[in-house]
Design a protein around this ligand. Structure first.
Ligand code: TYD
Ligand code: MG
Length: 467
């Protein structure tokens, strides 16, 4: 073995340095650098365990040639299969991340039971819970009779030896990757080196045998899978399981998928008997909105690469004050002033004698300029007392001239809106072919004045705004 050498590894990004510092130079995170034995890690990896050998030439090939569709194992849980792009792919590794207690183990136990009942060999390795705890959950889910093979184990070598016994499993679930450890790495379980080495060993097992493996990963409070981001690069697919605090619905979101689309979501509801599929999520979502009240507009936003729908609420009321109030929660106050100025200057809408309040529902914070259009629609709706259509989403940036500018990811925003049951959209004109995406049509105004005219025009027709 090579001489043991100490290294300092960032637990967030995996960057290796030779000395400790409070802040990682690579990713800028604070207090993430931990001392680890480097020689046993991946960096010097398997090479340190083997005697050096001469490489042998491999056959190079062409891009064209025979292709096979990825062979899939379909769980029968439609929302899960949708998120994975049609089922677990044999010989692939999938990472499922999420906050503690969100329901990752529940979801995977349900999938394991469904697959085992169909005759697949499914092995569930729990590193966090004892066998009795897992049994208890299975009982609660009504899955205790499913022939799932269960073990409570954390050592990778023992797990691999167990799996090598008997028929090759179709699906192996490892709950969770943070608890696994391998003899190859010398650091403590949960450290970046251990997690990487364990993940690599399991992924190698999947590729060499053709079994599908699912790794469960915890998510830190800032939304990253705890420990190494590198695991995300190593696996073939990454799913996030998310939920709103205080709500029962859960969203399974695809972040990365080498074998399918990445803009799919699966929606579930947590019940006392496990996760229930939600076929029509818009019911859940719209149920919480007061659809007919003026001053509310749904913004189709993006959070990094993930689409997020949020309601923007505006209240415009006559002001008793000489200088009317402008208050905003969850958005940029300067941005609000700018929208108000554009509405006054280019659209003839007067706010000078009104207090204006703007709120983003659910304690959410928006930083995108794409929210301009939704905010403007909510403001005009509140001022005129005309409710906007309940099934309409808004996005687009407003320039100082009153023109509406295109924003990125229009297709993704529309797709998410459709998935959540929205049928109309107000969006900027753009090169992308987005006009045909919505079932009830979309409106692509050139300027903000066009949108104001449309909202105000709905008064004459007597109907709810442009229905
Ligand atoms: P769990 O799957 O253990 O979460 P994770 O593995 O992501 O940490 O789910 C834990 C929560 O789900 C727990 O708070 C109880 C709740 N739950 C239900 O509401 N109904 C159920 O049928 C089950 C099994 C769990
Ligand atoms: Mg769990």
């Amino acid at each position: 073995m090579a001489k043991s050498r100490l290294s300092f590894i960032c637990q967030s990004c995996g960057n290796v340095t030779s000395r400790w510092s409070g802040k990682c130079e690579a990713c800028g995170e604070w207090n993430t650098i931990v001392e680890e034995q480097a020689n046993a890690g991946i960096a010097s990896g398997p090479a340190s365990l083997r005697s050096p050998r001469k490489g042998r030439p491999v056959a190079l090939t062409t891009l064209s040639g025979e292709i096979e569709d990825a062979p899939r194992i379909v769980s029968g849980i439609a929302e899960l299969d949708r998120a994975t792009g049609g089922g677990f792919v044999r010989g692939s590794a999938l990472l499922i991340g999420g906050d503690p207690g969100i329901g990752k183990s529940t979801l995977l136990m349900q999938a394991a039971a469904a697959l085992a009942k169909k005759g697949h060999r499914v092995v569930y390795v729990s590193g966090e819970e004892a066998v009795a705890q897992v049994r208890l959950r299975a009982q609660r889910l009504g899955a205790a009779d499913a022939p799932v093979e269960l073990a409570a184990e954390t050592n990778v070598e023992d797990i691999l030896a167990t799996l090598a016994d008997g028929k090759r499993p179709d699906l192996v679930i490892l709950d969770s990757i943070q608890t696994l450890w391998t003899d190859v790495a010398e650091s403590a379980p949960g450290t970046v080196t251990q997690v990487r080495a364990s993940a690599q060993a399991m992924i190698k097992y999947a590729k060499s045998t053709g079994a599908a493996i699912v790794l469960v990963g915890h998510v830190t409070k800032d939304g990253q899978i705890a420990g190494p981001r590198v695991v995300e690069h190593m696996v073939d697919g990454v799913l996030y399981f998310e939920g709103e605090g205080g709500h029962h619905f859960r969203i399974l979101r695809t972040v990365k998928n080498r074998f399918g689309p990445t803009d799919e979501i699966g929606v579930f509801e947590m019940s006392d008997k496990g996760l229930r599929e939600v076929a029509n999520p818009s019911e859940l979502f719209l149920g919480e909105r007061h659809a007919k009240s003026p001053g509310a507009a749904v913004f189709a936003g993006m959070e990094g690469t993930r689409p997020v729908l949020v309601e923007i609420q505006a209240l415009v009321a006559p002001s008793p004050l000489g200088t009317p109030r402008r208050a905003v929660v969850g958005w940029d106050a300067a941005r609000l002033s700018m929208i108000l100025a554009v509405l006054e200057a280019h659209c003839g809408v007067r706010f000078a004698t009104h207090d204006v309040y703007l709120n983003v529902a659910g304690g959410y914070r928006i930083s995108e300029p794409a929210a301009d259009l939704a905010a403007a629609a909510a403001l005009v709706s509140s001022l005129t007392g005309l409710a906007l259509p309940a099934d309409c989403v808004y996005f687009g940036e407003i320039s100082l001239s009153g023109a509406i500018r295109p924003v990125a990811h229009a297709q993704q925003r529309l797709k998410e809106a459709e998935k959540l049951g929205f049928g109309q959209a107000v969006l900027p004109k753009s090169g992308e072919d987005t006009a045909m995406s919505m079932s009830a049509g979309s409106f692509q105004p050139d300027t903000l004045a066009d949108l104001v005219a449309r909202i105000a025009g709905s008064k004459r027709s007597g109907a709810q705004a442009y229905d």
